[in-house]
Design a protein around this ligand. Sequence first.
Ligand code: FMN
Length: 149
Amino acid sequence: MAKILICFASTTGNTEQIADLLQSYLEEEGHLVFIEDVMEIDPTYISGYDATFIGTYTWDDGDLPFEIEDFYEELEEEDLTGIPVGVFGSGDTSYNHFCGAVDTIQERVRQCGATLIADGLKIEMNPSDEEDESKCRSFAQKLTNHLSE
Ligand code: FMN
């Protein structure tokens, strides 16, 4: 059983729904999952867990939303060498940079030395059908596989 942190930024609840799904799938796998609003924590929390999922929606032209900006800035100071991290988010394909914030966070996490468990999980709005649920389950599974390697 691993201790896993899921932190996220969400205004209308779509990213939170993804976080909730990931939490339930990880719990089914027997993990202990802690879910936090990204504004309530800082990146030093990450080293207190076996693995972390970071979630964000995307704002403006592929930008980070303000809720995660401080976390993003502070991440630069963290050494996450060898820590498994997955980045997920919700976006809208009608914008030019679909889920651009997921890519931005992922790049920062990579620069901090974290081990990315997979390419970022990008969901159109909220996880609304079986295909989305399956993508979320598979993303959670990748983390579990990673921890058991
Ligand atoms: N989604 C994208 O993928 N790329 C964008 O550049 C983008 N810009 C947005 C700008 C505005 C003003 C608004 C209202 C939405 C934008 N979105 C964009 C869509 C949101 O990311 C999407 O609605 C998301 O599901 C919101 O997540 P939340 O419910 O977790 O807050």
